[in-house]
Design a protein around this ligand. Structure first.
Ligand code: SF4
Length: 306
């Protein structure tokens, strides 16, 4: 049985950057907090928590500020790759908390673009998950004056077709659905709605803000999944791009199995398989995929000796 790890899998550069900033901060300061889980992967969270990183929420700000004050110190809070709404920075400033900003530059750029269109009076539509951390940050930059949709049906139900509109995407969503939403809105807003005062079609812009680190992986992943008898997709269950990339694999190879932990592996998945491919999300650490490979190699050698 041949077992390989997809060489294009592992952390995206945005996650690498966040983890490096976290590790450097942990080397430099006695105590570092992070707002929310640093990435959607429990293995990597545990590794960094073992080094002293403490996960908190904004509700913990007054407590950590008070504790640090008692010790004559300033609390350090890391903002993860998903980013945060402006309100978080305001609260930190008020309480004397130092922010270590590890927001992914791709997310920062998305926030800046949303702010620009919001300031110009556009209706903002976001293709994404309403309560995903990245979307909460984006909602914050436009004072929550936006419509977050997951499907064409939701878009058509909630979007006002009679006003200038811009459509963005959460960075980790799938492009085919984005295109469907864009086409549904574009045809209705541009072709059907005529501004009664100006006599011109209402403006519609679609900004494809899906991250290339997610969408760029899809074609390579399809090839990798179809080249193996069986695929083990390793990711945290809360990972958005994990779900998107898992679906990509499963579409071309029905023998694709999603695991977060080695204990979920079932031997019967591999019956008659000659090749097993191990891959994962942009938040799956390489060291854990190596661990899965070692585990499968032991299992494969047991089968060959039986
Ligand atoms: S997937 Fe893209 S947007 Fe998200 S952290 Fe990675 S590089 Fe940044």
């Amino acid at each position: 049985m041949e077992i390989t790890i997809d060489r294009y899998s592992g952390f995206c550069w945005g996650v690498v950057r966040t983890v490096v900033i976290a590790e450097e901060s942990l080397d430099q300061f006695e105590q570092v907090y992070v707002l929310g889980h640093i990435i959607h992967n429990p293995k990597e969270i545990q590794r960094l928590e073992d080094k002293g990183l403490q996960t908190i929420t904004v509700h913990d700000f007054p407590r950590i500020a008070e504790e640090a004050k008692q010790l004559g110190k300033q609390p350090k809070v890391l903002i993860r790759a998903h980013g945060e709404p402006p309100e978080t920075y305001r609260k930190a400033l008020e309480l004397g908390i130092e922010i270590i900003d590890a927001t992914c530059p791709v997310v920062t750029k998305l926030q800046e673009r949303v702010r620009k269109f919001y300031d110009q009076g556009y209706q903002i539509v976001i293709f994404g998950k309403k309560d995903h951390a990245e979307v909460l940050g984006v909602r914050g930059v436009c004072n929550d004056k936006c419509i977050v949709v997951m499907t064409v049906e939701e878009a058509l139900e909630h979007v006002n077709l009679d006003t200038k509109t811009v459509l963005f995407s959460q960075t980790t969503m799938d492009r085919p659905t984005f295109v469907l939403i864009k086409e549904a809105l574009q045809s209705r807003i541009k072709d059907l709605i005529i501004d009664s005062m100006e006599g011109i079609a209402t403006e519609f812009h679609a900004k494809d803000t899906i991250c290339g680190q997610v969408s760029g992986r899809e074609d390579m992943l399809k090839k990798y999944a179809s080249d193996h008898d069986c695929i083990l997709f390793v990711a945290g269950k809360a990972s958005s791009n994990g779900k998107v990339l898992y679906d990509v694999c499963r579409e071309v190879n029905p023998r694709t199995y999603f695991i977060e932990d080695i204990s979920e592996i079932q031997e019967e998945w591999f019956s008659n398989a000659q090749s097993i491919g191990i891959t994962g999300a942009t938040s799956t650490p390489q060291w854990y995929m190596n661990h899965v490979k070692e585990h499968l190699s032991k299992f494969a050698s047991q089968i060959s000796t039986n």
